[in-house]
Design a protein. Structure first.
Length: 149
């Protein structure tokens, strides 16, 4: 069982896509174990994007994620990390397959609607960065036996 972090970035919230994005992941079969809306502090943005500190697009990432509220969701399930990233589609929306969130709703790499953790290890680290233990709830979906054999 893996845990992974989804962020609906400011463009996703401003464009009214929160429900659509959650629905696709929920219907795929992952389980919500934490969910909140928040204004992202510079401190949190810098911790989240520390790995990209040396990239030319780093300043843009920080100003984008702090520009307007985001929705953060922790998801759990078998293969949750790769399943979530598959639903989100390629980082660059012009390369994302139709049927994915970025492939259906985004065009620019700098406005790609969502973030998804990229490994099981980073899933744990990012969920713990964005959520306190009290904000995370372990539970079993009633339909889990119809999703996982
Ligand atoms: P992902 O979000 O698919 O994990 P990433 O971790 O490599 O992708 O990059 C983080 C974000 O940075 C990504 O969602 C969009 C932005 N980004 C990545 N590569 C970029 C580039 N070459 N130019 C501009 N923005 C970029
Ligand atoms: Mg990434």
């Amino acid at each position: 069982m893996e845990t992974t972090l989804l962020l609906v970035k400011p463009d996703g919230v401003q464009r009214g896509l929160v429900g659509t994005i959650i629905s696709k992941i929920e219907q795929r079969g992952l389980n919500i174990v934490g969910m909140k809306m928040l204004s992202v502090s510079n401190e949190l943005a810098e911790a989240h994007y520390a790995i990209h500190e040396d990239k030319p697009f780093y300043n843009g990432l920080i100003s984008y994620i702090t520009s307007s509220p985001v929705v953060a969701i922790a998801w759990q399930g078998n293969k949750a990390v790769s399943v979530l990233r598959q639903v989100l589609g390629s980082t660059n929306p012009t390369e994302a397959n139709p049927g994915t969130i970025r492939g259906d709703y985004a065009i620019d790499i700098g406005r790609n609607l969502t973030h998804g953790s990229d490994s099981a290890e980073n899933g744990k680290i990012e969920v713990n960065l964005w959520f306190t233990p009290e904000e995370l709830i372990e539970w079993t979906r009633n339909d889990s036996k119809w999703i996982f054999e």
